[in-house]
Each structure stands twice: as structure tokens, then as C-alpha cells.
Write a protein that binds this ligand. Structure first.
Ligand code: 9EZ
Length: 320
């Protein structure tokens, strides 16, 4: 059969997705992880679709060169590496896979809540260095504690269900969620300013938008209890790092667990030097199951779109 569509996969993609794409009649697939920007610009004119994860930088220059490109598919959620505005101007559809990561993100959040409560990373490295210090790492139970969830969408609601299994009490702030939905989940909806003084743990699960950037800043932290802990496994920048650092430094918060940072990689952040902070390098979606799921999801979405079928999880609004 003649080639109807050429698809470039420019980041490592789980084989479940790649194989499904190669099985598709009339599709020619090239896997080229680690292309330089220059190589990408040179080769992109051949392709009808581009599939990426988080590494490939789909810049304005790439998009300008992409004369046949109809679709950019992101296996995963974050879109920081794609110039959506440029794609939209050229009429290129950008889609992601917001569902496949959900369970992994929720599980990572629960892991962070427990690791923070029991000082697991700190104790691990203490024992490794030859100390046997049981007093220093005295923890707290999560049983009966209040978990505040800001953003009760896909991930936030899965966190709520799991935290209920740990017998935590859950309150949430989300201006876009109905009372009925919250009630269904056994969660009490409450305004942010009323939530903050109540919580023992605060976890955020919103997208990063102009409304959610710095949503938790100096003023909000000041409303919290001094022994409260903060978790961000969602998007860097929802919690203002400066304000968080100052609060931890001055013992106005008990601890923080971060999987995401204001500036991608946090090597210069003073937060890294605080014993009350535990960190992971954006591992929320880094599970075999999530990577298989998002690879297959994006491939099926791109196949449908190229065949003129349904468009799913499009993130840009194309006008005429
Ligand atoms: C904002 C949000 C949730 C929220 C959720 C979604 C665009 N957006 N914003 C503030 N989907 C909680 C607090």
C-alpha cells in the first residue's frame, strides 16, 4: 500500500506505542530520539505528524520548517517544550494524553506524603553515612490528619481516594468542581483561605495557568499551621519557591516534598539545602505502566487524527 502518512517519533517512546503505529497500514514511522535541533529542522519537512515526550523542543523554527506537519502529539501532559502559539498559527493540531499519567501521579503524591512524614530520604542517607539516629527522624502518623487538596480534578480526586484509605480527612479547594462531585468523593469543598489554616498537609493538583502561578505564596503560607507540610507533584510555580524557602528556613512550616520546580532543574535552588525538603526529579509519571499507557494513547490519537477520525485531547484552539 502506498504511504499515506509519515510519522516522526523524536523522543524515546514505549515500544507498545511504536509497534502499534508500525502496524498501521500506510504509515511510515521513523524513531529518532536525540536529534539535534538542526537535524530536526532539516528532517521535519517530510513528516505529517510528530510524536514527542518532554525532551524534543518543538520551537517556532521547527514549526516554520514543518511544511507538511498536521499534528504534534505529546505522550504525557506537560506542554512546556512545545510552542503551541506557533503551531496554532500554522493550523497544526497539538494533542496530549492527560489520562494515562493520572494513577502514577497520584501514587507519587501519596509516596511523598508518607516519605515526608517519616523522613525516609533523610534517614536513608543518615544510616548510609554510618549513623544510627532514631531520635532525629521521629515522624508523625498521617492517620486522622487533615489533607488539603487544591485542584480536585483527575489527579486530585485519585489522591483523595487513596488518602481516605490511609484514614486521612480530606478537604479541597477547586472553583471548577461541583459540590455533587466533591460529595461523591467524600470530600468537603471549602474556600482556599478557610482551607489553609485547617490542613496538616497541603497538596496541589492544578494546571499551571496565570491563575495558579504563585497560588501558594507568602500570604497563603502565613495562614497555615507551623507544623503543616506542603507537597507539589503537579507543576513548578504553583507554590512560590522564595516564600516556601523562607517559611521552612524560619520554621513556619514543617516540611515540603517537591517533584516539580519553578525553573525545570532546581540545582541553584536554596531549597535543596534544607533538611526539611525532600525532592524528586519530576518522577510523577515515571512508571512503566504510565509510559506504556501514554505511548499507546498518543499513537491511537494521532492515527485517528491523520485518518480524519475523531480529534481527542487537542490543546490548541484552531480557528478556520
Ligand atoms: C485553579 C484550579 C483549581 C484549576 C483547575 C483547572 C484551569 N484550572 N484551574 C485554582 N482545571 C484549583 C484552584
Amino acid at each position: 500500500m502506498e504511504v499515506m502518512a509519515k510519522v516522526l517519533i523524536s523522543d524515546p517512546l514505549a515500544k507498545e506505542g511504536v509497534e502499534r503505529l508500525k502496524e498501521e497500514d500506510g504509515f511510515r514511522v521513523r524513531e529518532a530520539p536525540g536529534l539535534s535541533q538542526e537535524e530536526l529542522i532539516k528532517t521535519i519537512p517530510e513528516y505529517d505528524a510528530l510524536i514527542v515526550r518532554s525532551e524534543t523542543r518543538v520551537t517556532e523554527e521547527v514549526i516554520r520548517a514543518a511544511s507538511r506537519l498536521k499534528i504534534i502529539g505529546r505522550a504525557g501532559t506537560g506542554l512546556d517544550n512545545i510552542d503551541i502559539t506557533s503551531a496554532t498559527k500554522r493550523g497544526i493540531i497539538v494533542m496530549n494524553t492527560p489520562e494515562g499519567n493520572t494513577i502514577s501521579a497520584a501514587e507519587h503524591t501519596i509516596s511523598m506524603i508518607l516519605a515526608l512524614s517519616r523522613n525516609i530520604p533523610q534517614a536513608h542517607f543518615s544510616l548510609r553515612s554510618g549513623e544510627w539516629n532514631r531520635k532525629k527522624f521521629m515522624g508523625t502518623e498521617v492517620y486522622g490528619k487533615i489533607l488539603g487538596i487544591v485542584g480536585l480534578g483527575r489527579v486530585g480526586s485519585e489522591v483523595a481516594k487513596r488518602a481516605q484509605g490511609l484514614k486521612m480527612r480530606i478537604i479541597a479547594y477547586d472553583p471548577f468542581i461541583s459540590k455533587e462531585r466533591a460529595e461523591q468523593l467524600g470530600v468537603t469543598l471549602i474556600d482556599l483561605e478557610e482551607l489553609l489554616p485547617e490542613v496538616d498537609y497541603l497538596t496541589v493538583h492544578t494546571p499551571l495557568t496565570s491563575q495558579t502561578r504563585n497560588l501558594i505564596g507568602e500570604r497563603e503560607i502565613a495562614l497555615m499551621k507551623k507544623d503543616a507540610r506542603i507537597i507539589n507533584c503537579a507543576r513548578g510555580g504553583i507554590i512560590q519557591e522564595d516564600a516556601l524557602y523562607r517559611a521552612l528556613k524560619e520554621n513556619r512550616l514543617k516540611g515540603a516534598a517537591l517533584d516539580v520546580f519553578e525553573k525545570g532543574k532546581p540545582f541553584d535552588s536554596p531549597l535543596l539545602k534544607l533538611d526539611s525538603v525532600i525532592i524528586t526529579p519530576h518522577l510523577g509519571a515515571s512508571t512503566e505502566e504510565a509510559q506504556k499507557r501514554v505511548a499507546l494513547d498518543i499513537v491511537l490519537q494521532v492515527i485517528d487524527a491523520l485518518k480524519g477520525g475523531p480529534l481527542r485531547n487537542v490543546v490548541n484552539v484552531l480557528t478556520s
